[in-house]
Structures are given as structure tokens and as C-alpha cells.
Ligand binder design. Structure first.
Ligand code: SF4
Ligand code: SF4
Ligand code: SF4
Length: 265
């Protein structure tokens, strides 16, 4: 069955492209856009907050729902406070693990050398924090002026582009097996299809995998566990502020996934 790409594209265009997985879709905004097109509720994007939930509901002519709560305060534009990550560079041991975890390639550095975050590119998704073995990455508030609507779209387009380039490189890296494997394989099939539909992103090509490489791609890796733990921690924080049956169910599902992964690890 062919996917409704025009609709998925319209939904994806409204999502922040932070690729943080807080909506419950580990591989980022596009899988959530697809799920929404198939009927999933459109209020789960935490960084997008109420404006994004409302925009998608209006697009799809669905009832407006209260957006998932963030642990951060709400900014003047109705979205949660934007954050940025920074590395305490004198503590960095140059292990390179954060580089592969960053979905938008905002971290630079190489083996055994200090790493830095390109602040303009960092979305504050927090995905680099759990893999850091020395816990030297902090989150700080983004104090830049809020983007205009046009700037917001430009930023999202840029982040989408960078994420697809990242996925393409990850595909190749798994074949060549260079550098540490710190995250589970992104399920690239949807991205492969969507990138051939969309002109504005790099085309993703599936790399051929040997049986051994499939094993590596399927491995339950450190980052996968860490991402689940981060999501669980955030949901627990959100639930401690206000009870929410849907979030409780999501928490149960994440805990079940964590148990399953830990059992396999
Ligand atoms: S920004 Fe994060 S929570 Fe929002 S749709 Fe993208 S991956 Fe999901
Ligand atoms: S540097 Fe860290 S917080 Fe910033 S975008 Fe990359 S993974 Fe996310
Ligand atoms: S994961 Fe931490 S220690 Fe390793 S390179 Fe990144 S910031 Fe440095």
C-alpha cells in the first residue's frame, strides 16, 4: 500500500524537526507525522507544545487537544523554553560518543580530542547527554530572540536536511564499521521512501548489509537504553506535575520496552 506522502509532508512541515523522540517515536518527527496521518493523536510533540498541536489539529480538522507538557516553562510563543547543550570542555575525554548521538550533527571533535557543540545548530534535544561517560554536557536556556514564523520554517527545513544527511551517513558507517556503535539502527525504510519523494532533503540510499552487520544494526545498544531512560525520566517528571492517563500508559510501554531491551542486552 502506498503511503499518503503529501499529507505526511504537510504534517511533518509543522513539526519542529528536533528529532528528540519525546513523542514516543524513537526515530523522530517523520515517523510521528506518519502515525498522525494514520490516526494517532497530534498533541504529543513536547518541544512543539500547544502551537504545533493546534496547527496539526487545524490542518486535519480534528478537535483541539491539550499538548503534552514539557518540564520547561512556556515561552512567549506558547512553546516550551528552548534549550541548548554545552560541553564542559576541560572535562571532555574525547570519546566521540556524543557525535554519533546527535541527530543534526551539531557536535565537532575527533578521537581523544576535546569536543564542542555548534550552538547555532543545537536544538537541545538532549540525546547527546546519556551516552557521555563523564557527564560533562549541560543544558542551558537558549537566550536568542524567538524566531519569526519564516525563520522557524527555515530552521526546521535546515534541521530536516541535516537529519537526513545524518541518516545517510549512519547507513554508510554501519557498513564500514568505523567508530563506536552507540545507538540502535534508525529504521531507515520510511526515510528512504520519503527522501525520494521530497526534493529538499538528501536522498537516502539503503546500504547493503551482511548478516553480521544486521546483527550490529539490531544490537540493543547503549544509546537505545539511554534514550528510553531519558524519556521515562521526563515522563515521570511530567506525571509528578500532573496525572495523565495517556502518559501513564506511554510510561508503561516505555518501561516494558526498557525491560525487554535490558533482558536482551
Ligand atoms: S520534535 Fe521530538 S517530540 Fe516533536 S515530533 Fe519531532 S521527534 Fe517527536
Ligand atoms: S548537541 Fe546534543 S542537545 Fe544539541 S542537538 Fe546535538 S544531541 Fe541534541
Ligand atoms: S561523550 Fe562526553 S566525553 Fe565523550 S566526546 Fe562527547 S562530551 Fe566528550
Amino acid at each position: 500500500m502506498s503511503l499518503p506522502f503529501p499529507l505526511i509532508q504537510q504534517i511533518d512541515a509543522l513539526l519542529p524537526q528536533t528529532q528528540c523522540g519525546l513523542c514516543g517515536h524513537r526515530d523522530g518527527c517523520l515517523p510521528y507525522a506518519k502515525a498522525i496521518s494514520e490516526g494517532e493523536e497530534a498533541n504529543k510533540c513536547v518541544p512543539g507544545g500547544q502551537p504545533v498541536a493546534d496547527a496539526i489539529a487545524q490542518l486535519l480538522k480534528r478537535p483541539l487537544l491539550k499538548a503534552e507538557e514539557s518540564v520547561w516553562d512556556i515561552q512567549a510563543d506558547g512553546r516550551p523554553q528552548r534549550m541548548k547543550a554545552i560541553i564542559r570542555e576541560d572535562e571532555c575525554i574525547g570519546c566521540t560518543k556524543c557525535i554519533n548521538a546527535c541527530p543534526v550533527d551539531a557536535i565537532i571533535g575527533s578521537g581523544k580530542l576535546m569536543h564542542s557543540i555548534l550552538s547555532d545548530l543545537c536544538t537541545g534535544c538532549e540525546l547527546c547527554i546519556p551516552p557521555c561517560p563523564v557527564d560533562c554536557i549541560d543544558l542551558v536556556e537558549d537566550t536568542e530572540p524567538l524566531p519569526t514564523a519564516t525563520q522557524q520554517i527555515e530552521q526546521q527545513d535546515d534541521l530536516r536536511y541535516r537529519y537526513y544527511a545524518h541518516i545517510q551517513r549512519e547507513e554508510q558507517r554501519r557498513i564500514q564499521r568505523k567508530g563506536p556503535i552507540v545507538r540502535a539502527a534508525i529504521d531507515s525504510e520510511l526515510f528512504v521512501q520519503f527522501s525520494s519523494y521530497l526534493n529538499s532533503v538528501p536522498t537516502i540510499q539503503r546500504a547493503k548489509k551482511s548478516a553480521e552487520q544486521d546483527l550490529v544494526a539490531d544490537a540493543k545498544t547503549t544509546i537505545e537504553l539511554a534514550k528510553l531512560r531519558t524519556q521515562i525520566k521526563k515522563l515521570e517528571k511530567q506525571l509528578s506535575v500532573r496525572d495523565n492517563p495517556a502518559k501513564r500508559e506511554q510510561l508503561q510501554q516505555l518501561n516494558a520496552q526498557l525491560d525487554a531491551l535490558q533482558g536482551d542486552a
